[in-house]
Design a protein. Structure first.
Length: 181
């Protein structure tokens, strides 16, 4: 429906009232009615009595000194309590982080699969054992005396492959590594 149709439909539904004829006698009665009496002004509220200021308690020097000591003790106790609570919060935060790290490690373990992770750990352990054995051999064997150098030949020598030693990662390091993903 268009807007014009809506307005036309509303116009049809409205009833037109006929103008009322006002009787002149009624108008005169309204004009002659006495005006309502003005309401009496409210009485001003009585002023609140002014309170007398309290007299301050007179303290002797001994009492003042005792109060100062109590204040000093209270501040020291408060400081100790705040420090204790701060340490507790720090410990709770560290525990929460370790729990979160453990959860992340467990989820990684599930994603990688238990066998894959175990296989990888076994390989790493084997490599670590081999490296330790080699290190012990190097420490035990005295360095060989230098051999006389033969005439250099022009043969190409292929470099020995370098073994990569993988470091066992902590849960925190794993978290940092995953942040990049």
């Amino acid at each position: 429906m268009s807007d014009n149709e809506l307005f036309e439909a509303d116009a049809v539904e409205l009833e037109v009232e006929e103008p009322q004829v006002i009787d002149e006698a009624v108008i005169e009665d309204k004009l002659t009615e006495p005006e309502p009496e003005p309401e009496p002004e409210p009485e001003p509220e009585p002023e609140k009595p002014v309170k007398k200021p309290r007299k301050k308690r007179q303290l002797s020097e001994e009492q003042k000194a005792k109060l100062r000591e109590n204040l000093k003790k209270g501040r020291e106790t408060s400081l100790a309590n705040r420090k204790r609570k701060a340490k507790l919060k720090e410990i709770e935060k560290a525990e929460k982080i370790s729990i979160d790290d453990e959860k992340i490690f467990q989820s990684l373990k599930k994603k990688m699969g238990a066998t894959d992770l175990e296989n990888e750990n076994a390989k790493l352990r084997e490599e670590l054992l081999e490296l330790r054995k080699e290190k012990k051999k190097r420490e035990k064997a005295p360095p060989p005396p230098p051999e006389p150098e033969p005439e250099p030949e022009m043969e190409e020598v292929a470099p020995e492959p370098v073994k990569v030693v993988k470091k066992v990662m902590t849960a925190r390091e794993k978290m940092r590594m995953l942040r990049g993903l």
